[in-house]
Design a protein around this ligand. Sequence first.
Ligand code: NAD
Length: 287
Amino acid sequence: VGEVLDGKALARRVEAQVIARVAALGAQGVAPSLHVILVGEVHASDIYVRHKQRACARVSIGSHVHRLPASVTQAVLCGLIAELNSDPQVHGILVQLPLPDHIQAHIVLNSVDHLKDVDGFHYINAGHLATDRNGLAPCTPKGVMRMLTEHGVTTRGSHAVVVGRSRVVGRPMAAMLLAEDATVTIVHRHTAGPARYTSQGDIVVVAVGRPGLITPHWVKHGAVVIDVGINRTEHGLCGDVQFDAVLDKAKLVSPVPGGVGPMTIAMLLENTCEAAERQLTRRRDDL
Ligand code: NAD
């Protein structure tokens, strides 16, 4: 039987480091703050935003939520972002996804000052990631990388298989694993016989959004399996991995809840500190 990778415990350790960074910023007269923009009423988004606010409070990062109605125009939304971009008291800006259909998400996300883009979705930050520079990196795959390093999982020379290729998770995940010298395979909706690939992975990261997709048959003995999926079912929250069955075969498996989710939020706190530190010292070299 494998080991359960406790993302919550690791997230608390990251938070302790963030608290020290916030204190160091405070000593220089900077109170880091995160501004979240929430458009419309999406139940899951409400929950995520509440988790983010609570996490900010735990580490003394200021957090502000700007609620806009679902009917808001793109111009008004971008106007608010422009205001926050030019406000020196604002260090991080996050636009909670999904946005309503009449709004072009990529235009909105790229209107955020890339120095304040704590979600790492701006194309400049995506470009930094693609070219191995230190920009602000997306929180979820960054959290997965931290889970791997903290558990002594070797990426160099290993075969990592990423299931899912979204711009939010799968693609940046593959880029980060590649940057850490893994051999990376990406499996997606159109892959024929996906289990052929996943069952060869030393590391398998799953970000699809289909409960129970990953059975033991998809996983090789002794693999490390990270479950990014979040699915709301009648039995509660679950991931994409058949947790108990896969745990019997794998070396290390992250649970849902209590795995990647808390680490994603911890990385958001880290990115907010990182953004504030760079804005303070005007370290625009990488960003
Ligand atoms: P998405 O819908 O944008 O992408 C899903 C990907 O899965 C696509 O690339 C698609 O090609 C692939 N896919 C679909 N069916 C497949 C199949 N049968 N086999 C292989 N690949 C298949 O989703 P996303 O935004 O990347 O999110 C994925 C999951 O991760 C969701 O459940 C989401 O809720 C969750 N998520 C969790 C966190 C977190 O913090 N834990 C953060 C972001 C997303």
